[in-house]
Design a protein around this ligand. Sequence first.
Ligand code: 5GP
Length: 241
Amino acid sequence: MKKLAELYAGKAKTVYTTNDPDQLILHFRNDTSAFDGEKIAQLDRKGMVNNRFNAFMMQQLEAAGIPTHFDKILSDEESLVKNLEMLPIECVVRNISTGSLVRRLGVEDGLDLEPPIFEFFLKNDELHDPMINDYHIITFNWASQPEIERMKDLTFRINDILKKLFFDAGLLLVDYKLEFGRYQGELLLGDEFTPDGCRLWDAKTREKLDKDRFRQGLGGVVEAYEEVGRRLGVELPSSKA
Ligand code: 5GP
């Protein structure tokens, strides 16, 4: 398998084509961005930590019966994945109120949400990823009705799997964002699952151990990701290396 051309450079990852049209290479860079690219920084080791973290999470999800695009790690910062036709949609589940939910609805921060809340957003930085619902998706042909049902079903199944995985590691899965894509007639989980796209709080102290550390200028961003990885059993080289 040979790396060919750059297909797309996102804010934290670059996607490359390979000599196999069904496979792509994801390169997790050290770049970190927030607020639709308004705040940007380079964080040492982040590409490597997120590549390994993502591989661990995708393998856990596969083992629990969730179909994902992940194939294998290729290098410190690169993984091989299936070439999906991505849907322009973000699926968010919230177990605890915070972030844009609190800003939008004026509800208290830190409330347990029972049942958890599911939201769709349109993936569009220029429009600041506006919230959408099933009707927008159908009318504008962003996905079919069965695909909508499948995204909801998979996203909630992932919630059950990951809430437990994190809770057993002393962490609360506050909320997270998933993206799906089509592959040979099936919908697979694509993109990544790392602390860049979810919120994780220490179960006892509620300390933030995710990208909110970057968004809110709290520092220790990669150290927090490594702490989460260490608690889950993700293989990470010593940070002193
Ligand atoms: P919120 O809507 O509160 O800003 O985000 C809800 C959850 O989805 C958070 O865990 C946040 O990290 C994730 N999320 C929402 N939109 C994006 C996005 O465009 N990029 C990334 N990396 N995560 C997102």
